[in-house]
Design a protein around this ligand. Structure first.
Ligand SMILES: C[S@@+](CC[C@H](N)C(=O)[O-])C[C@H]1O[C@@H](n2cnc3c(N)ncnc32)[C@H](O)[C@@H]1O
Length: 256
């Protein structure tokens, strides 16, 4: 690395460390790459990051399950903790099957599924037009509207969703800066966090084939609370989706 580039990098790392960013070295590398050798641009990008704006909005890129994705400002940045759910959805999707990705955001889960099952059909929905545009830019067949409403009539093998599930009273407890930049539309699950999850269960029961799979991200204790809805809509073999560290990340059920 040339001396002036190293000096610029050291300066960015220091500013990020002083701003309390724990992954300062990695972030500095991403910001330097996005600035592409333009010092003034680098300063502007670092200044944005120091306000707490998501790194992916500044660089325009992120990774999910090893796949590079475009992320536009305002669009939810996919989280690593959703990868366990996406991998379970992949495991349940036949090679020529059909999957629905509810609340697709930038299209991370849908894009992962269609990359790994190129002969499958994957359709997606989101209520936010910035998200739909971003998902389409990522090659996803994304539709604008509420849950299943904007989708064509179809029979699915898999319904997967990283829907909003944070109980409204807990929204102020989200990590620093979250709602300074991101929309409650990505988080607010109503009084008990289950409002969208319940509608997703009911809708999935209408569109899934028998033996089709429903996979929904949720918080640890919400699986039990959703159990009654899953049973009432005919889902059997309901299990928790657990990540590599043993944390519950979602629920999986099969339409009986
Ligand atoms: C937590 S984000 C998840 C995005 C994406 N699945 C991911 O993991 O990166 C939730 C997304 O749901 C969208 N959304 C919220 N309510 C919705 C609804 N009723 N129907 C469709 N999309 C909705 C938001 O715009 C947001 O993009």
């Amino acid at each position: 690395m040339a001396r002036d580039v190293r000096a610029a990098r050291d300066g960015v790392v220091l500013r990020l460390e002083q701003g309390g960013f724990v992954a300062a070295e990695e972030e500095a590398d991403d910001l330097l790459a996005a600035a592409d050798g333009d010092g003034a641009r680098l300063d502007a990008l670092v200044a944005r990051r120091l306000t707490g704006e998501p790194l992916a909005w500044i660089t325009g890129r992120t990774e999910f399950c090893g796949i590079g994705l475009q992320v536009d400002p305002g669009v939810y940045v996919p989280r690593w903790h959703s990868e366990a759910l996406a991998r379970r959805a992949l495991a349940r999707l036949p090679a020529d099957g059909l999957a629905i990705d509810l609340c697709t955001g930038c299209g991370a889960v849908a894009r992962f599924l269609s990359t790994r099952r190129p002969s499958a059909r994957v359709v997606a929905s989101d209520l936010d037009e910035r998200a739909v545009a971003c998902a389409r830019a990522n090659g996803v067949d994304a539709h604008l509207g509420d849950l299943f409403d904007p989708l064509p009539p179809l029979r699915a093998d898999v319904v997967v969703g990283v829907v909003r599930y944070v109980p409204a009273p807990d929204l102020p407890l989200l990590q620093r800066d979250t709602l300074t930049f991101e929309s409650p539309l990505s988080y607010d699950g109503g009084a008990d966090g289950l409002a969208i999850l319940r509608r997703a269960v009911a809708g999935a029961a209408r569109v899934l084939r028998p033996s089709g799979a429903l996979l929904l991200e949720l918080g640890g204790a919400q699986g039990d609370a959703l159990g009654g809805d899953l049973a009432a809509h005919g889902f059997v073999d309901v299990t928790a989706v657990v990540d590599d560290e043993g944390d519950v990340r979602g629920v999986e059920g099969t339409l009986g």
